[in-house]
Design a protein around this ligand. Structure first.
Ligand SMILES: Nc1ncnc2c1ncn2[C@@H]1O[C@H](COP(=O)(O)OP(=O)(O)OP(=O)(O)O)[C@@H](O)[C@H]1O
Length: 846
């Protein structure tokens, strides 16, 4: 799926930034006069993409007509120094006109952009004033009044926060269509005080042509204009003229808004992902706006925008299906906590703050998985067959005694009859409740039998007196022990821990599993929970249900933590505002906070509730999930509405997946649609091609070829060194200096990627260098906050950096070809490989 983007010629003027940012320039295309800045219909001209096929000055063209940017002279030093391609189509002779047209266009757009920001300010001020008013009223009035006020306060605070988030690049596009006023496209929709539309939300149907109109299928659009802004200033415009009158349908594909796109691709990275709302490409837009229902699998090579598309799709779905999704919410599942921090700004910048994000490790509230299993262990735990093993283990908690048991109740001997136990069990199971809840039905039925016997023995027939007898029977130690042995209540953690620790239990409940596989699962009690345990715990939580005593214990512990937190907060409030003076104590304030209680958002409530079901789930790096993990996710999405993004070639380990069907487990049985993204917007072509060659040499060629959108000179460097640690330190220093030179001192990010076993050593070596130490995050801090991050491949999944220093690829390959492919494709500009051992096959010969 995904349309073929066919666009008209684009021109880009950004007068002040080319030098500073090292933005690759487009080579000059055949020049002709363009429309006036006022948006007059463009003059007739050659089909724009056919024009592209003509080799432009100094610029090779690939066989398929794709402008080949490898060795593009515009991307070197000359490109950095040179001016941008002159704006609206022109001839070499009329440079003066260009400047005038450009300035006129920029001035025109500045006036409009000012108007939109004025409106944004006015709305912020209005909502801010309402919020202040509500807060001034204080915590008085009836509970209902208070609750209404809280709801208004939350709404106003939310709106102010949303309006604050969209400050950056609020307006980024303009569409001129035949017979219509120009339409401006931006992050959110805005109208003026008279309800005239100022700005169309990028997700609205009327904004779609901004992303989808092509020279071949322009609809009514005659011009698409990209507005570049810095803070609130328009610094450039880029026009695309869409004129279909002479167009050949078979023109080659192209990119939309190349200038803005290349500027985004070339900007120095800051450790956090940015939204791509201004430069979404047509094939991406088709995925973003794809219908809500069913499981949509979006696959594509590294850097093709899968994550970006998944996040924009979440924002789009929340906009287009707000009614359906607002109450149930959307869940985003990412590969690591570092990754979630990496993308955390994207949805808020699109005006959406209510998406719950988690990793598989954190999916189950109250459980923190801190360890990773070895690949073969994780593979056994992830098999769909584990669901039956767990179901059997739960069933194993329901046992019929082999013979009649005698129970002492207050000196009387009662009898636990196997047939009565069997019948009570059948009744409990028929209730359809999970094990711990169905136990109530079982216990009531058994108590009924035992109390009858007890009453008969005592000769009591009166119903009221029988009630006392019930208490006697229920409280008797023998009865409690016997009923527990028949129907043992338990927690998921307790049961799984027993299964792992006791080979006899596992052999009983997993008869089909080989002894070798069972041995892999064996571990002592008290071992830390691993990521692969989480889906198993979740499955057990579903089968077992709520365990009252265990839950009460946990709630108690949580309440204590919460109370301590409130007290600390109150102490801080008193200290910072001088509220004390002996009249207000921290305890009083803390009680006040607790009484009013925090109003939880839908997202907060959903995140804390295992049984919450979401309206839509987005899964990133989905190739890593096991069949058991899919079961846990499907359970959370009865609507079966999911966006699943990933790349089979990037899968960790040595067990390649042949198809998505194989990866998706039970989810494959749902209504599945597939989409493919084909262009890498991250990795320079030289690096992308080398990574693909290395992968192919390991016998794991990617299923979908990826075209890199651009290449850069010196994108790949390889250094062999006997002293690996010393050389890594030198290389990292040199790479930082290189970024200082190209982007300004301190700009740009470097990642040092290693195999898991070498990370600590490399980090220590870098920290041993006085200068580099300043560029590293302190131990335990977020590595993305520092200029240099030292990561292993698992941690690097989904991330990107200006420069990657890849240490000893042969060791990274030990984690599987997918790991090496991931590591090699993280840079946006340069990959520097440092090695002592031989390089894996596929690297170019030295
Ligand atoms: N249309 C676009 N405009 C500007 N930048 C884009 C666009 N599409 C993708 N990018 C950029 O390309 C980079 C890679 O995107 P993203 O991380 O979403 O790719 P991915 O397919 O998820 O990669 P991987 O599989 O390697 O994790 C990001 O910096 C993203 O902002």
């Amino acid at each position: 799926m995904g349309g073929t983007p066919l666009t008209g010629r684009s021109t880009y003027i950004e007068p002040n930034t080319a030098r500073r940012r090292n933005i690759p320039r487009r080579a000059p295309a055949p020049r002709r006069r363009g429309p006036s800045a006022a948006g007059a219909r463009p003059a007739r001209r050659r089909p724009p993409n056919l024009a592209r096929k003509v080799p432009a000055r100094g610029r090779p063209v690939a066989d398929n007509g794709w402008p080949c940017r490898r060795h593009d002279p515009c991307t070197g030093a000359e490109g950095r120094e040179g001016a941008r391609v002159p704006g609206p189509a022109t001839t070499p002779e009329d440079g003066a006109n260009v400047a005038t047209t450009t300035q006129a266009a920029v001035a025109e757009e500045q006036a409009y952009v000012d108007k939109v920001y004025d409106r944004l300010d006015a709305l912020r001020a209005a909502y801010g004033a309402r919020l202040a008013e509500v807060r001034l009223e204080g915590p008085s009035g009836s509970p209902q009044n208070r609750s209404e006020r809280d709801a208004f306060a939350a709404h106003y605070a939310d709106t102010v926060a949303r309006l604050d988030q969209v400050e950056n690049r609020l307006v980024f596009g303009r569409l001129d269509s035949r017979g219509e006023e120009p339409r401006y496209v931006g992050r959110i929709g805005l109208s003026d005080a008279e309800h005239n539309q100022l700005l169309v939300d990028w997700r609205a149907p009327s904004a779609q042509p901004f992303y989808q109109a092509t020279a071949a299928h322009p609809g009514d659009v005659v011009r698409r204009r990209h507005l570049m802004t810095r803070a609130r200033t328009v610094v450039g415009v880029e026009d695309e003229l869409l004129d279909h009158e002479h167009l050949d349908e078979a023109v080659a594909s192209g990119l939309t808004g190349e200038g803005a796109l290349f500027a985004a691709m070339s900007a120095a990275r800051e450790g956090r992902m940015h939204d791509i709302v201004a430069t979404i490409q047509a094939e991406q837009d088709a995925v973003i706006r794809s219908p809500l229902d069913g499981v949509l699998v979006v696959q594509g090579g590294p850097g093709t925008g899968k994550t970006a598309v998944a996040l924009h799709r979440a924002a789009y779905l929340l906009y287009a299906h707000r009614e359906r999704l607002e109450r149930s919410g959307v869940l985003l599942v990412g590969p690591s906590r570092v990754f979630l921090r990496y993308v955390e700004q994207v949805l808020p910048s699109l005006g959406e703050t209510d998406v719950v994000s988690t990793t598989m490790a954190d999916l189950l509230p109250g459980t923190t998985a801190t360890a990773e299993d070895a690949e073969d262990v994780a593979a056994v735990k992830g098999r769909a067959a584990m669901a039956q093993v767990l179901a059997r283990a739960v069933r194993g908690l329901q046992r019929v005694p082999e013979r009649v048991q005698e129970l002492d109740v207050e000196g009387s001997t009662l009898h636990l009859q196997p047939e009565q136990v069997r019948a009570a069990m059948a009744r409990a199971r028929r209730s359809g409740h999970p094990h711990n809840q169905a136990r109530d039905t079982f216990v009531l039925a058994m108590l009924d039998h035992l109390v009858r016997e007890y009453a008969g023995e005592k000769g009591i027939e009166d119903a009221a007196e029988r009630a006392y007898l019930t208490e006697d029977v229920r409280g008797a130690r023998d009865v409690r022990v016997a009923l527990n042995l028949c129907w043992m209540p338990t927690t998921p953690h307790g049961l799984l821990e027993r299964l792992y620790a006791r080979p006899d239990l596992l052999a009983r409940y997993a008869p089909g599993m080989s002894a070798a596989d069972r041995a892999l699962l064996h571990r002592p009690k008290g071992s830390p929970w691993t990521v692969a345990d989480v889906p198993l715990l979740d499955e057990l939580a579903e089968l077992l249900g709520h365990h009252e005593q265990a839950e009460a214990r946990r709630a108690d512990a949580e309440a204590k933590i919460q109370a301590a937190e409130e007290l600390r907060f109150a102490q801080e409030a008193i200290a910072s505002q001088g509220l004390g003076m002996g009249l207000v104590t921290a305890e009083m304030l803390a009680e006040r906070f607790a009484a009013t209680g925090p109003r939880l958002t839908t997202a907060e409530r959903a995140a804390a509730d295992r049984t919450w079901t979401y309206g839509h789930i987005v899964v990133d790096e989905a190739q890593e999930l096991s069949p058991m993990a899919w079961r846990a996710l499907l359970r959370r999405c009865p609507a079966r509405s999911m966006t699943v993004v990933g790349d089979l070639a990037q899968r960790s380990g040595h067990r390649p997946a042949a198809s998505w069907e194989q990866v998706l487990g039970r989810a494959a049985g749902e209504h599945v649609r597939e989409a493919v993204l084909t262009i890498s917007y991250r990795t320079p072509a030289t690096v992308m091609d080398t990574a693909t060659a290395v992968l192919a040499a390991q016998g794991a060629a990617p299923a979908y070829p990826v075209r890199a959108a651009r290449d850069l000179p010196d994108a790949l460097a390889v250094t062999r060194a006997a002293d690996l640690r010393g050389r890594v330190v030198d290389v990292v220093r040199a790479e930082l200096e290189r970024l200082d030179g190209s982007d300004g001192v301190g700009a740009g990010r470097v990642a040092v990627l290693t195999g898991a076993g070498r990370r600590a050593e490399v980090r220590a070596a870098l920290a041993g260098d006085e200068e580099l130490r300043r560029d590293l995050a302190p131990a335990g801090a977020d590595p993305l906050d520092a200029r240099v991050a030292v990561l292993d491949t698992l941690e690097a999944k989904g991330l990107e950096f200006d420069t990657v220093v890849l240490v000893e690829p042969a060791e990274v390959l030990a984690g599987g070809p997918g790991d090496l492919y991931v590591a090699m494709t993280r840079p946006t500009r340069r990959l520097h490989v440092v090695h002592r051992e031989d390089l894996p096959a596929g690297f170019p010969a030295a």
